[in-house]
Design a protein around this ligand. Structure first.
Ligand SMILES: CC(=O)[C@@H](O)[C@H](O)COP(=O)(O)O
Ligand SMILES: NCC(=O)COP(=O)(O)O
Length: 237
């Protein structure tokens, strides 16, 4: 079974745009869970452009499905992971100025750093997922770093889906096979949507979790939050 983790970053983007508390991210998370979401994902970035560190603390008090906190493992990220102890921490290599996540880790080059981070997070009883491009060498590297799971960076899949879905998904099939061989859990995320999700799931039936935010929130503007979450869940059945 592949779980749908709803990333609520963009709810916070809308809230921050007016400086108030509407929409309220805690309400959005609770509603998402009520509508069927099997996890809540947030990505507190150093500039707090959307999810703030206070949001993370507030959400940790109420989220009852899997809470997944994504981010670059700097001091502040590690501090919040140790304080909140979410179900999962997903390590992303984003520099502070990145407009969004645009690559996975080079887990070979950064093995020493990531190994220390994985050890520290796992010591807190938190599952560690490392965000990687669909390259078997980086999957092996994630295993060597001590990760429990990988998260396959699916922007290239989404970008090429309409040009040729078979070719676009082929790298992910190979990377997922390597992960399964190594006993790593398999997550996926970034730019997944109602067009490309079902095929990814069909080709990667062993997916543990997809985390989806931007397209889902955009779809919800037209189709409603509850209906949209139900539509995404149906792509995973
Ligand atoms: C790691 C990942 O792909 C998502 O968390 C992405 O980083 C979303 O971040 P933004 O919502 O800031 O675009
Ligand atoms: N890890 C991916 C994520 O949480 C959401 O990415 P996106 O759907 O906002 O592109």
């Amino acid at each position: 079974m592949t779980k749908l983790s709803v990333n609520i970053n963009k709810i916070a983007t809308l809230r921050n745009s007016r400086g108030g508390d509407n929409p309220n991210v805690v309400k959005a998370a609770l509603d998402a869970e009520r509508f069927g979401a099997e996890g809540i994902t947030v990505h507190p970035r150093p500039d707090e452009r959307h999810i703030t560190y206070q949001d993370v603390l507030d959400l940790s008090e109420v989220v009852t499905t899997e809470f997944n906190i994504e981010g670059y493992p700097d001091e502040r990220f590690m501090e919040i992971i140790k304080k909140v102890k979410p179900a999962q921490a997903t390590l992303v290599p984003d520099p502070p100025t990145a407009i969004t996540s645009n690559a996975g880790w080079d887990t070979v080059k950064h093995e020493g750093f990531l190994k220390e981070i994985c050890e520290a997070i796992k010591a807190e009883g938190v599952r560690v997922s490392i965000f990687v491009d669909p390259d078997p060498q980086f999957v092996v590297g994630a295993k060597n770093c001590g990760a429990d799971r990988i998260e396959l960076y699916t922007e290239p899949y989404a970008a090429n889906f309409h040009k040729g879905k078979e070719e676009a998904v082929s790298h992910y099939v190979a990377a997922a096979a390597k992960a399964q061989e190594l006993g790593l859990g398999i997550n996926a995320g970034h730019d997944l949507d109602l067009d490309n999700l079902k095929y990814l799931k069909e080709q990667l039936p062993q997916l543990d979790e997809v985390s989806i935010g931007h397209a889902l929130v955009c779809d919800a503007l037209y189709m409603g939050f509850e209906n949209t979450i139900q539509l995404y869940l149906r792509q995973l059945k």
